[in-house]
Design a protein around this ligand. Sequence first.
Ligand code: FES
Length: 522
Amino acid sequence: MARNKHNSKKGNAPDARGWARDGQNASLWNGHLALKREGATVPETDVYDVLIVGAGITGLTTALLLQQAGKRCVVADAHHAGFGTTGGTTAHINTFADNTYAEVEQAFGKEAAPLFADSIRGAVELIRHFVGTCQIDCDLEWRQGYVYAETEEEVKQLEELYQSALRAGVKAAPADDVPTPVPYLAAVVFDDQAQFHPLKYIGGLLNEFRKSGGAVVENACIREVETADGYYTAIADQHRLRAKRVVYATHIPPGGINVLHFRNASYRSYVIAVTLADGAYPDALVYDCQEPYHYFRTHTIDGQPYLVAGGNDHKTGHDDPQKAFADLIAYTRKYYHVERVAYQWSAQYYVPADGLPYIGHLPGAPDGIYAATGYNGNGMILGTAAAQVLSDLIMTGESKYKTLYDPARVKPVAGFAEVVKESADVVKRFIGDRFGIAHIDSLADVSPDEGRVIELDGEKLAVYRDSVGDIHVLDPVCTHAKCIVQWNTEEKSWDCPCHGARFDCLGHVLTDPARADLDQLL
Ligand code: FES
């Protein structure tokens, strides 16, 4: 396999403190935090009740709930805890979601919105519970959350958001004193929102899971799962893990093609953490109504406050990451007295076709295999909600949210339109990349620490020139379903525009659903 040909690894490798993330850029979180690495090797003869694949907030919350309920669990991660999206989130904890309660009512019926709100409320309480009972020091702070409108059209959207939140039983009120320098026409405030340090939080979950007897295996990229004799055997390069049930807490499930790959679109979101010359840091969570929207909050680390600003999202592999960062920085500078851009990073999330996450039995898989994905930009809350649903399903076979989040659901009208849009985009991209991409003449056009897909004699090649000038040539065909990867100039990664798989500069898998590295040709 190609991965055996790689003899060096840079960029995404763990630093001296054993911490890394799925991109070249340090986030505010991993830039400050040393992770205690204690990955174990477990005997191949052990049979666990549940194998949880993925050690982000979904996987670790699920694992802790199940372990505390008496199940014997093992968590396997292809890298280590917090390597993926949880390490790149902006860690907003909200009682409202990107998919508004009005949109949920429209697509799923009036009774669905209060149920969705109830699930979200339960997730907030579960975070509060774990922080308290496990004494997790994760900078959890309760804040008000403001959403404001800048145009008449946005005022109408905001009114709909507000009214539907009330109908769903969520506390909200009109606001006239938003802590933002942006001129606005109307605003709504939500009480009891929160923020935390995501890696400190999942570090606390991890400690508690281990204390409860749970096992964690790092650097275990599950290549395939076999079934025999009533249990599953997950095969990684150096591990074989056996369990009666398997939970994929990896966003969309890895490996072969699954219906969830076509019901979720992968997006990149951009974040900067800046210091302000005038010290006017907002003491709240703040969101505008633009499309895509901007969001702001403050986090203090080692006595230094940072304004954390996010936005400029786009589909993975479809736009220019450098421009996204430049636009986000320019937008923030327009309204805030930015002294220094201390951090800039991007992270991946998944937009579900019909607006609600997919949580439950993995469609097409045998009984006992579960998945959770499609959290939109609300991963902290919906990842926690997913853990509650999955643990209930595994413990009792039931959850009051089972139907709402059923991954096998097929939603008519709005959902269908969105699926078609996303799928058509994928197909268009696939054909365009395979047969229509502009030719690039020479390897010499690739600058140090940059990559590019070029075409030579009809063959597409992914060319990366490392910082000492050596050329590395990879097969640009994504190992998931054969789309052509694109170079991400900011995170120094190869990103697939179809279902969001990502590979580091030398072709090693960073992000599912791909499970095999890009083939190294030269
Ligand atoms: Fe599916 Fe690349 S992620 S083809």
